[in-house]
Design a protein around this ligand. Structure first.
Ligand SMILES: NC(=O)c1ccc[n+]([C@@H]2O[C@H](COP(=O)([O-])OP(=O)(O)OC[C@H]3O[C@@H](n4cnc5c(N)ncnc54)[C@H](OP(=O)(O)O)[C@@H]3O)[C@@H](O)[C@H]2O)c1
Length: 340
C-alpha cells in the first residue's frame, strides 16, 4: 500500500509517498481502508521536531474509513463497518491504517466519511474544552481565538449552544463571515491582523467588550503570539486555557504573573487526559458525531488534498490562512501527479 513517511524532522517537504507492506491486524486491532485522513497541528509538531519522537515517522493520527480486516477479539465490529479514530497505530496518511479496537469510533448512520474524518481530534477537543476544562454555561463570557479555524470553529458553536457569550478572534477580515454564521455577534468579533501591538491591543479589545471586567475563560490555541494578551484580558480568578501553539510554543514564564493578573488559573490540556476510559472516549465522540448528523454542529471542510500532496496540506495548515478542516484523500490520489 501507499503511505506518507518522513525520514527526518523538518519542513513539509520531508513528507514523501512510499510503498510499504499492507499491515496485518494483531489481536485487538482492526485494519481500515482510509477514506479520508484529518490533518492536524500535532502532525506538524511531530514532523518538524517541536514534539520529539523517533524517526522515521508515518504521520497522521485521525481518519475515517471502512473496516477491511478484523484481528482476534474484535468481534464487536464488522467487516465494511464505517468507523473513525483519533489515533492510529500505523499512521493515517496512508491507504490503510491499523487502529486499536479501544480507539475505534463507530459512526452513526447518515454521517459522510469525510465529515467523520474531520471530527475526532478537533471535535472531541472542542467538546472537552467547553464542557470539561471550563464548562461554559448561560452567561459565561468566553473568548475563543481562531474562531473560523478547526477547533475554534467547533468550540464556538458548542459554547454558543450552551448559552455562553462568545467573543471571537480571527486573523483576517475574510474570516468574519464564517464566525458570524455560527451566531457570534458582529461586534464581538475581533480582527487580530489589524493590530500592530497584539500584547496591548488584544486585551484592550476584550476588556472593552466585557465592561472592563475581563473574560471568564480564554481558549488560546495560538500560543506564542497571544499568550501575554490572554493573561491580561481575564477577570480575577478567570481561566487561561492554553491548548496549543499554532504560532509557536509559549516560552517558560514566572507563575507570579498569574498572581499579578488576579489569581488566574492556567491549564495546558490535551485530549488524551479527557478521554481516559473507553466510555469517556465514546461519550465525547458520540456527542460530536451525532451533533454533526443532526446539523447542530456545522462541520466545514476547508480544503481537500490528494494523499500524495501531504506537503501542500502541511503548508496550508501552517500558513494560518485556512478555515475549517483540511483532509487528505487517498482515493483522490494519482501517484504520478502531485495534486488533484
Ligand atoms: N490540546 C489538544 O487537545 C489539542 C487538540 C487538537 C488541536 N489542538 C491545538 O488547537 C490549535 C488549533 O488547531 P486546529 O487544528 O483547529 O487548527 P486551525 O484552527 O484550523 O488553524 C490554526 C489557526 O490559528 C491561527 N493562527 C494564528 N497565528 C498563527 C500562525 N502563526 N500560524 C498558524 N496559525 C495561526 C489562524 O487563525 P486566525 O487567522 O483566525 O488567527 C489559524 O487558522 C492548535 O494549536 C493545535 O495544536 C490542541
Amino acid at each position: 500500500m501507499r503511505a506518507i513517511t518522513a525520514q527526518l524532522p523538518g519542513v513539509p517537504e520531508v513528507l514523501v509517498p512510499t510503498e510499504v507492506p499492507l499491515p496485518t491486524p494483531g489481536p485487538g486491532e482492526v485494519l481500515v481502508k482510509v477514506a479520508a485522513a484529518g490533518v492536524n497541528f500535532i502532525d506538524t509538531y511531530l514532523r518538524s521536531g517541536v514534539y520529539r519522537t523517533p524517526f522515521p515517522i508515518f504521520p497522521g493520527s485521525e481518519g475515517a474509513g471502512l473496516i477491511e480486516q478484523l484481528g482476534d477479539g474484535t468481534e464487536e465490529f464488522s467487516l465494511g463497518q464505517p468507523v473513525a479514530w483519533a489515533n492510529s497505530l500505523t499512521g493515517s496518511y496512508a491507504e490503510y491504517a491499523l487502529v486499536a479496537a479501544s480507539q475505534v469510533l463507530p459512526l452513526p448512520p447518515g454521517l459522510p466519511l469525510e465529515t467523520a474524518a474531520a471530527l475526532p481530534l478537533q471535535g472531541m477537543t472542542a467538546d472537552y474544552l467547553t464542557r470539561s476544562t471550563y464548562g461554559v454555561t448561560r452567561g459565561t463570557q468566553a473568548v475563543i481565538y481562531a474562531a473560523a479555524g478547526g477547533v475554534g470553529g467547533l468550540a464556538t458553536q458548542m459554547a454558543l449552544a450552551a448559552g455562553a457569550r462568545v467573543i471571537a478572534t480571527v486573523g483576517t477580515a475574510d474570516k468574519i463571515a464564517t464566525v458570524e454564521a455560527f451566531g457570534v455577534e458582529p461586534s464581538d468579533i475581533i480582527v487580530l491582523g489589524a493590530m500592530s501591538q497584539l500584547e496591548r491591543q488584544l486585551p484592550q479589545a476584550i476588556l472593552e467588550r466585557t465592561n472592563l471586567a475581563g473574560a471568564d475563560v480564554i481558549y488560546d490555541g495560538i500560543g506564542q503570539t497571544t499568550f501575554r494578551a490572554t493573561l491580561a484580558a481575564l477577570r480575577p480568578r478567570g481561566m487561561a486555557v492554553l491548548y496549543g501553539g499554532a504560532s509557536g510554543q509559549v516560552e517558560p514564564f514566572d507563575p507570579q504573573e498569574l498572581n499579578a493578573h488576579g489569581s488566574l488559573y492556567l491549564t495546558r490540556p490535551k485530549l488524551g487526559d479527557y478521554s481516559r476510559t473507553r466510555q469517556e472516549l465514546l461519550d465525547r465522540a458520540g456527542r460530536v458525531l451525532q451533533a454533526a448528523v443532526s446539523g447542530d454542529l456545522v462541520v466545514r471542510i476547508g480544503q481537500r488534498f490528494a494523499l500524495t500532496n501531504a506537503v501542500e496540506a502541511h503548508r496550508a495548515i501552517e500558513s494560518g490562512l485556512t478555515q475549517g478542516k483540511i483532509l487528505l484523500i487517498p482515493g483522490a490520489t494519482t501517484w504520478d501527479t502531485p495534486n488533484q
